[in-house]
Design a protein around this ligand. Structure first.
Ligand code: ARG
Ligand code: ZN
Length: 879
């Protein structure tokens, strides 16, 4: 661990004073240690500081020897500290060889080279390479790599690194070695190495220009039969990138390795992706529709990085969104084309609001291009990824699809093989499209979610409708008094009977307009409005803002039923629910009796009655906000959150909506039963979603609820249906619930990924004793604090997915989380930091929750030698 981590600032960026000509690595794997010899050929840059000493990063490395141009250096000839090593006197051009020893078996942080079961593997992004060898571990230093890996042949028959294999060696003592060469110069964060006894699934892909690329997915032997969906997804992604962006794969081999021990989803190392097995392994008996979707999109995401990330990479880590925002946008477009575009958009926006909006309103708020970080791993955030993708989407909207494509072409033509900035991307878009994006750039620099206020004026006599738009951008830590942003607003209008009407805007008749707000306030005037109309704004969620528009129930019902933009139909449903919820909260606080208006119920009833027209959309609309989402809604309106009250009001609302729809839900459940074998295809997925949503509503009825769940469990024939039933069963106290969980555990004890689900459903249980059960499950033989998937499934799911049971009034949930965070601090700070972030919202809660959360944060902060990951979050939360 670094002794004294320090703050890094964008304004301090300086290029490296040396050029790295080539990197040779010799990695020798032994029983309990690995020896790494690095051969770096370097040259001082003439345009740099010609006096500057050479500094190489390096952490937790035991030095075995350092040679400069072949001469062994004495310890006084360099200076080592917790961050790395400095050489004060190096020639203009030289070869530096370092030999170090590292210990992958005790590396529980899962960063650098570490043991995962029987294999060894690496994770280097962002700054993990420095735990493998001394190196200029920064993304703007790129070099071709030559890697030799040597190990015992029986324990490690498979030895992989980036690029192409160029040599095999048989060595004495049952040892062997493989050499790999990566011809594409790359930064250290894209380095990968895997050694193990692995099964390999092979296939090939023929590129548009007729080259055959070998595809290989490596897994543990027992999982060899679970790669088919991942392989199909990979080939779809390769085809799509050729079709849509004209981008083909560039090496002869594309390899994916699945491991159970991984801090995140997956990593795009050049030619050798390493994946959390959750995003590779699937078969219908063990994976849900959600798992299949996740695999398809993460496989695509990592594949797309080969161009947006690897061929063109980032100049420094402040530019992370250059590759992540763009690649998320690309994988979103891919999924929209493969599955249902409207469902994808709805789910992405829902997740943006649930994760990014609160981040943007909390203590860790940062711009899409952050200005400072203590621990880079803390900035792999919803803001950099998902808001970053929204920025790309706005550029796409503002320039139009053809110009956007030309902009991408220009971006690659200019920057292939280079490390560049967000500014370089925007400039390419601007130059290719002719659009003026100068004001738009503020989106990269200003944090906070803009609030867009809309009012309308209708002059019936003149047939003139005026939209008054105003934007407010809240202050965020370190940023005040912000400038107005460029907000693209796709707009249409509907008659009271649901027809999309043709209007006049600046002399042009159209049914949809792209309004662009560029100043604090602006009015937009439409003519030809002879009858009252309902505005449909921000269609497709055309900008990541909070929209405030006063529409009444009747108007929202028109949009809910008739809007031609499916996203805005869903959005109208949301607005209706949120308005109703706010009213109920006021009634509750004032001690009035709560009533859900008939017309609100009728509007949702109509959606259910017509569900067969678009079952996927109906399932999204009728899937009500979670308690967590309602907390955010209140917090955004500066109403302190009382978890007990939110629970009570939401339950009241759900009951009021469930009762009159009972027979409709029953009918829907029957109508959505699918016959035949499980297939992962959009039509079946949406039927299963609607069926399992029906089950959710039916499970709420006191006398018959559990019967429905049992019956659904009995006839479930795929994991999607089994999990839906099991999750609902886990809320009940019935003996049948206990039995279902036991049977499930017995059946799947051998399958780590399925057991993650088993831990998770219990962590999400609404039963009163859930905290105690979670504590008990930590002692389960299959649970381990060292495995990030298990930590997320049990502790993460409880603390962030089960707010009602986590936010206990006595603070026991917070105290529990604090202990887990302290434990993780010593084991895996990256995962610990994600867990502690759950407490970031403490200021948005009512007493006593607020003080109890703060107490937990203070307790964590007291620990001496806290990792920089956790310290950065806790310090900012308490600032
Ligand atoms: N680049 C990887 C991806 O987008 C994620 C790497 C995350 N790294 C981290 N230190 N959190 O798929
Ligand atoms: Zn990524």
């Amino acid at each position: 661990m670094a002794e004294t981590a320090e703050m890094h600032y964008l304004k301090d960026y300086r290029p490296f004073d040396f050029e790295l000509k080539s990197t040779g690595l010799d990695v020798s794997i032994h029983g309990t240690f690995v020896d790494v010899t690095a051969r770096l050929v370097m040259e001082r840059r003439q345009d740099g500081d010609v006096q500057a000493p050479l500094f190489l990063h390096g952490e937790d490395l035991e030095i075995l020897g350092i040679w400069l141009d072949g001469r062994l250096l004495a310890p006084r000839e360099f200076l080592q500290d917790g961050q790395g090593v400095t050489f004060f006197d190096v020639p203009v051009s030289f070869e530096l060889v370092t030999k170090v020893r590292i210990f992958p078996d005790t590396n529980t942080a899962l960063e650098g080279l570490y043991r995962a079961g029987s294999m060894l593997c690496t994770q280097c992004e962002a700054e993990g390479f420095r735990k493998i060898t001394f190196y200029p571990d920064r993304p703007d230093v790129m070099a071709p790599f030559h890697v030799r890996i040597e190990a015992d042949r029986s324990l490690f028959p498979v030895l992989l690194s980036n690029g192409n294999p160029v040599k095999n060696e048989t060595l004495p003592g049952n040892r062997h070695a493989v050499c790999w060469e990566d011809p594409f110069p790359k930064p250290s964060y894209l380095f990968a190495l895997v050694a193990g006894d692995l099964a390999c699934q092979k296939d090939f892909f023929r590129t548009a220009d007729g080259r055959d690329v070998q595809l290989a997915i490596y897994t543990e032997h027992e999982n060899a039969n679970q790669c088919e969906h991942a392989m199909v997804s990979l080939k779809k992604a390769m085809t799509w990138d050729e079709d849509v962006f004209g981008l083909s794969y560039d090496l002869d081999m594309y390899m994916i390795v699945a491991t159970n021990d991984f801090n995140m989803g997956a990593m795009e190392n050049k030619g050798l992706n390493i994946f959390n097995s959750k995003y590779v392994l699937a078969r219908p008996e063990t994976a849900t529709d959600g798992d299949f979707e996740g695999i398809e999109s993460v496989i695509a995401h990592e594949y797309f990085h080969n161009w947006t990330g690897n061929r063109v990479t980032v100049k420094n880590w402040f530019q992370l969104s250059l590759k992540e925002g763009l690649t998320v946008f690309r994988d979103q477009q891919f999924t929209a084309d493969m599955q249902s575009a409207s469902v994808k958009r709805i789910q992405d926006v829902r997740s943006l609001r649930a994760r990014q909006f609160p981040e943007d309103a909390g203590p860790m708020a940062h711009s899409v291009r952050p200005e400072a970080y203590l621990e880079m791993n803390n900035f792999y955030t919803a803001t950099v990824y998902d808001k970053g993708a929204e920025l790309i989407r706005m550029i796409h909207t503002l320039t139009g699809p053809e110009n956007f494509r030309s902009g991408m072409d220009l971006y690659f033509a200019r920057h292939d093989g280079k490390a560049v900035t967000c500014e370089d991307f925007v400039a390419a878009m601007e130059d290719a499209s002719g659009a003026d994006l100068s004001l738009f750039r503020l989106w990269y620099a200003q944090a906070g979610t803009p609030v867009l206020h809309v009012t309308t004026d209708w002059d019936e006599g003149k047939g003139r409708l005026t939209l008054h738009l105003r934007q407010d951008i809240p202050d965020t830590p370190g940023q005040k008094n912000k400038k107005p942003m460029v907000i693209p607003i796709r707009t249409a209008f509907f008659s009271r009977s649901g027809e999309q009407v043709l209007l006049d805007y600046r002399g042009k008749k159209d049914k949809e307009f792209l309004l662009v707000l560029r100043s604090k306030e602006e009015s937009f005037v439409f003519d030809g409005v002879s009858l009252p109309v309902v505005p449909s704004l921000l269609r497709g969620f055309s900008a990541p803002v909070r929209l405030r528009i006063p529409l009444n129930t009747e108007e929202l019902a028109v949009l809910l039923a008739w809007d031609s933009d499916p996203f805005n139909r869903w959005e109208a449903g949301r607005m209706l629910v949120e308005r109703t919820f706010r009213q109920l909260v006021e009634d509750h606080r004032a001690g009035r009796s709560m009533v859900v208006p008939e017309d609100v119920i009728a509007a949702f009833q109509a959606v259910l009655e017509n569900a067969d027209q678009d079952p996927a959309l109906a399932a999204e609309i009728l899937n009500m906000p979670s308690e967590g989402e309602l907390y955010h809604l209140l917090a955004a309106e500066k109403i302190a959150v009382n978890p007990l009250m939110v629970h009570e009001v939401r339950e009241f609302f759900l009951d009021a909506l469930a009762r009159p729809l009972k027979t409709l839900w029953e009918r829907t459940w029957y109508a959505c039963r699918t016959q035949g074998a499980y297939v992962f295809r959009a039509a079946d997925v949406s039927k299963r979603r609607l069926k399992n949503l029906s089950l959710f509503w039916l499970s709420r009825f006191p006398d018959t609820g559990f019967g429905w769940v049992e019956r659904a469990a009995e006839e479930a024939s795929c994991m999607t249906d089994r999990m839906a039933a099991l999750q609902l069963a886990a809320h009940f106290h019935e003996e049948g619930s206990r039995r279902m969980l036991l049977d499930f555990e017995r059946e799947f004890a051998q399958d780590a990924l399925v057991m993650d689900k088993w831990f998770q459903v219990q962590a999400l249980s609404r039963r009163e004793n859930t905290l105690a059960r979670v504590e008990e499950l930590m002692g389960h033989p299959l649970f381990s604090m060292k495995n990030p998937n298990k930590v997320r499934a049990l502790i993460g799911a409880f603390a962030s997915g089960n707010p009602f049971r986590f936010h206990r009034k006595d603070g026991a949930g917070y105290a529990f989380l604090a202990e887990r965070v302290l434990e993780l601090d010593g084991l895996n700070p990256q995962v610990g930091s994600r867990m502690v972030s759950i407490l970031n919202a403490w200021k948005t809660f009512e007493e006593p929750w607020r003080s109890e959360m703060k107490k937990a944060l203070m307790h964590i902060r007291k620990k001496e030698g806290l990792s920089s990951d956790i310290r950065e979050v806790v310090d900012r939360a308490l600032a």
